[in-house]
Write a protein that binds this ligand. Structure first.
Ligand SMILES: Nc1ncnc2c1ncn2[C@@H]1O[C@H](COP(=O)(O)OP(=O)(O)OP(=O)(O)O)[C@@H](O)[C@H]1O
Ligand SMILES: [Mg+2]
Length: 287
């Protein structure tokens, strides 16, 4: 089997003291340069799956760990948290608990010093990371004065300065309005497309996720119940509704038009495609 950037094989995990598995027999690969979205109802194991990728399990949370997670060629169980941190950057669900400095550039500097980045490289790394996250103008700002969306981008910049191959984000837009949410995803797309970073993101805003992710993983009760290209996963709309995942209204509309013989194309994943679908349906369908 060809090695991916992330290779999880038959992984099960049960938190110490818990009576059931948080992850059950998960097998999942993400190729280099992939962009995977993870969805599923509360308690499905989405956050725990991100912990399997960044090594928080088994290194931080204790429990019964079966199977393996191989990240950029190294097995998480046998690796140190430092080795993992150089490969995988994580943005936590609670962004404020992640911030340590009071000024933006210091937040980035802190990570670089912590990981022993060469002195001569520090200035360039800070500048590049801010540019990559699209926040060069925020460099001297106090973090307290930033909006939620800007803080997310500072967290992303601080990670990018460490030059990881993978970035993992757990509900990065949870506190953000639709506009700020979109700009965070645009930043992720730039990391993915222009810098080849492999992106894994847990996200409740499913339409946004479907527009930006290349593949979707659907979790329920600790299991990976569906995984595939976005449009393929959306075709299983009935299954998703059964799981309690709110499918995008546009997918419901596509299905409805298809059932009436008014549309025969793929499920639209952005506004332009949605407009094309409506036009096709209005002009008699079948397209
Ligand atoms: N630190 C922990 N100790 C014990 N059990 C935990 C811990 N963290 C999560 N769990 C349990 O593991 C299961 C999966 O939780 P997880 O947080 O991964 O789900 P999730 O899909 O991220 O949920 P949410 O949508 O609420 O964020 C749940 O039953 C949860 O109660
Ligand atoms: Mg979670």
């Amino acid at each position: 089997m060809a090695a991916g950037m992330i290779d999880i094989r038959r992984l099960s995990f049960r938190y110490s003291g818990s009576e059931s598995d948080a992850l059950r027999d998960i097998t999942l690969s993400v190729e280099e340069g992939g962009f995977l979205g993870i969805i599923g109802p509360g308690g499905a194991g989405k956050s725990t799956l991100t912990y399997a990728i960044n090594g928080v399990i088994p290194h931080h949370f204790r429990g019964d760990f079966y199977g393996e997670a191989v990240i950029d060629g190294i097995d998480t169980v046998g690796s140190s948290p430092q080795e993992l941190a150089m490969r995988v950057g994580s943005v936590l669900q609670d962004i404020d608990s992640q911030m340590v400095a009071s000024v933006v550039e210091d937040e980035i500097l802190f990570g670089l010093e912590n990981f022993g980045a060469p002195r001569g490289e520090i200035e360039n790394r800070i500048r590049d990371a801010l540019a990559t996250a699209g926040i060069s103008e925020l460099r001297k700002r106090s973090i307290r004065s930033l909006s939620g969306g800007q803080k997310q981008k500072v967290a992303i910049a601080a990670i990018m300065a460490l030059l990881p191959k993978i970035i993992v984000l757990d509900e990065p837009t949870g506190e953000l309005d639709p506009r700020a949410s979109r700009t965070v995803f645009e930043t992720l797309r730039a990391l993915n497309r222009e810098h080849g970073i492999t992106v894994v993101v847990v996200e409740q805003k499913i339409m946004l996720l479907c527009e930006f992710a290349k593949r979707l993983a659907v979790m329920q009760g600790g299991r990976l119940v569906l995984e595939g290209e976005v449009s393929g996963v959306l075709q299983s709309a009935d299954a998703l509704e059964g799981i309690g995942v709110n499918i995008p209204r546009i997918a419901t509309l596509a299905r409805e038009l298809r059932n009436r013989g008014l549309y025969g194309g793929a499920i639209p994943l952005n506004i332009e495609q949605a407009a094309d679908m409506v036009r096709a349906a209005a002009s008699g369908g079948g397209a």
